[in-house]
Design a binder for this molecule. Sequence first.
Ligand code: DGL
Length: 258
Amino acid sequence: MAGPVLVFDSGVGGLSVVEALRRRLPEVALAYACDNAMLPYGVREDDWLVARILEVCEAAVAASGCCGLVVACNTASTLALEALRERLSVPVIGTVPAIKPAAGTSVSRHIGLLATSATVARPYTARLIEAFAGDCRVTRLAADPLVAEAERLVAGQAPDVDVLRRVLAPLAGLEDLDTLVLGCTHFPLLREALEAAVPHPVRLVDSGDAIARRTGQVIAAPQRRPAIERGWVTGPDPALARGLAGFGFGTTQPLVLP
Ligand code: DGL
């Protein structure tokens, strides 16, 4: 029997992609895996991170018996997508910053990229910008502190508005910037709070729906959604388990690494 579609992230960010998958593919069984013991990925060294992502994804794919893997993490995808595809026997769908749709709709031709410090600096990101936003000015903003704020939100606490304002403060002098790419899957979880904290109105764009659409095209015969779906974590934590349960992953267990 076909397995679920496995969604992977360093932490709770992949849940923003889960929301998009539920909207587009409501009948499809999902499973969730996160490497919360090593969160945040955005400040880690590349070689270490590739090895870690391969190890965790391989273990999670085996544990879940999934029919496909959605790497719901820009930081992981912009670094390790090729290596994952080489290593795993299931289809792998990646997440990259929504530069193309942002450039497609920006009127002022000045867009922003809000992402982890790793993602804003990656050659992959530079290539995306060159390919799809060559005629735009692109302001890159490293926003690592927002990852912890999204984690707090899913654990049931309000995000700290001062942290959001501080991270977004560099946009204050950039009134012609009309579109902001949320290039980290944690950030759409903070959408409302971000909209309230940006110094001037901007259109927020993320990759969630595009990933869900791509998943529907790539995954052939996924399992139908059961009553209870499962999650795997590298660092068991009751608040995280409650947060995952709120997104349908009613059973959470530790992910055993080799
Ligand atoms: N959610 C991840 C992303 O999309 C990164 C968060 C982290 O730094 O671990 O980039």
